[in-house]
Design a protein around this ligand. Sequence first.
Ligand SMILES: [Zn+2]
Length: 86
Amino acid sequence: MKITFCCMICGFEIQADTSMSKIRCNCCKAEIAVPYRPAEKRYDEVTFYRREGDFQMGRAICEEILREYSKDVEAHFGRLLCRYGI
Ligand SMILES: [Zn+2]
């Protein structure tokens, strides 16, 4: 999923994919951390993609959550639903 935020060094608008943890600013060339999104907000994205039938994307977000919180029940459940295309 794409998000837009401003470079914390120069204020330039940056577009990044949320699967990335860092991105280089096109203006000042600084390496910037992609802003953290709380897991609760990402569950909504998983639900959105499942409803759209994009299970691959839903699963990718679940796996992103699981990399941070390996015991996250919601993310495990979401990944399972995506695997079976539910
Ligand atoms: Zn910058």
